[in-house]
Design a protein around this ligand. Structure first.
Ligand SMILES: NC(=O)c1ccc[n+]([C@@H]2O[C@H](COP(=O)([O-])OP(=O)(O)OC[C@H]3O[C@@H](n4cnc5c(N)ncnc54)[C@H](OP(=O)(O)O)[C@@H]3O)[C@@H](O)[C@H]2O)c1
Length: 292
């Protein structure tokens, strides 16, 4: 049975990858206590000890705003570590699946970004993730990089969980309406990754692919849809959501205006299409309600 190493076992994507790949082989899922992205030796020894045929890297430094004041740590985890992982994967002939971000783009394009469009990250996080893409590509092994966006799940810290929490405390919320993207569930990403792997990855397939849920919205539109679909507590109403420009909600890290990425390459190469973001939201809300 082939061995599959999943990094970031406790992260949003790492959790869903464990579910999606449970029947695909012998899964070994590790967290930072076993494989710390900031310690190259722990990456090397994890790969050497486990000798996987497939590595799914769900681990990353994802605190976009904090990265502005911790650029070195973010670069170690997002830039250097994927390169080391890719080198180790090449040495044992493993296929590496790595995830990157819409934040490699500057948001200036009025239509969806394709894999051939020029990158120009606006923030430290985006620069470190771009460095990771470059190091994985240059390592010379077998790899796929999936760029995704606005990831959320029933677990961890994310926009959906934040809206559900603060929605219970407020009557009105002001949410940015001039940044547009595709909210994407970790479950949809993990399942799409499994479909790609099951389709049989050839050496010629190695490269970068955009992988997001279909459709697009703003953060404001996402918040409104959450409150439209989520059941409110008895006797309560969800808050009114008012759209504001991002200039009225300053954050340490600048974010792109248009984050929407075309998935055409993913579809044409692997026949994979992710669900519409509204359907994926419905599924996640149902899962959250079940667990409540
Ligand atoms: N979240 C988004 O909106 C978003 C958007 C675009 C792309 N992405 C990309 O999608 C992938 C998955 O993100 P996610 O949303 O699942 O992130 P997440 O929920 O924040 O999980 C990240 C995981 O990485 C682990 N990690 C962080 N620093 C580490 C280190 N030094 N050593 C080992 N593990 C470390 C975390 O461990 P701890 O639990 O110990 O902290 C956590 O388990 C990442 O590559 C991310 O860059 C995410």
């Amino acid at each position: 049975m082939r061995r599959i190493l999943i990094l970031g076992a406790q992260g949003q994507l790492g959790i869903e990858l464990q579910t999606a790949f449970a029947s695909a082989g012998e899964v070994v899922a590790v967290g930072r206590e076993y494989c710390d992205l900031a310690r190259p030796e722990s990456i090397r020894s994890a790969v050497t000890a486990i000798r996987p045929a497939l590595i799914l890297n769900g681990a990353a430094y994802t605190a976009v705003d904090r990265a502005e004041t911790e650029p070195n740590l973010a670069m170690l985890a997002n830039g250097d570590a994927p390169g080391i992982l890719a080198e180790e994967a090449r040495k044992i002939g493993a296929l590496l699946i790595h995830y990157s971000t819409d934040y490699v783009f500057d948001g200036s394009k009025p239509s969806p970004w394709t894999e051939d469009d020029p990158v120009n990250p606006l923030n430290v996080y985006g620069r470190t993730k771009l460095a990771g893409e470059q190091k994985v590509t240059q390592a010379g092994g077998r790899y796929l990089i999936f760029r995704t966006s606005w990831v959320y799940s029933p677990h961890g810290t994310n926009f959906l969980r934040t809206m559900l929490r603060i929605g219970r405390e407020r009557e009105q919320l002001r949410v940015v309406n001039d940044q547009v993207g595709a909210p994407t569930t970790a479950a949809a990403l993990a399942r799409a990754t499994r479909t790609v792997i099951d389709s049989g990855v050839q050496d010629a397939d190695c490269g970068i692919y955009h992988m997001t849920c279909a459709g697009e919205t703003s953060w404001c539109g996402f918040a409104q849809e959450i409150y439209r679909r989520a059941p409110a507590a008895e006797g309560r109403k969800w808050p009114e959501v008012i759209g504001i420009p991002d200039t009225e909600y300053p954050t340490p890290a600048k974010r792109p205006k248009n984050s929407v990425m075309s998935n055409a390459k993913l579809h044409s190469r692997f026949g994979v299409t992710l669900p519409h973001w509204q359907d994926a939201l419905e599924e996640t809300l149902a899962e959250l309600c079940e667990g409540a």
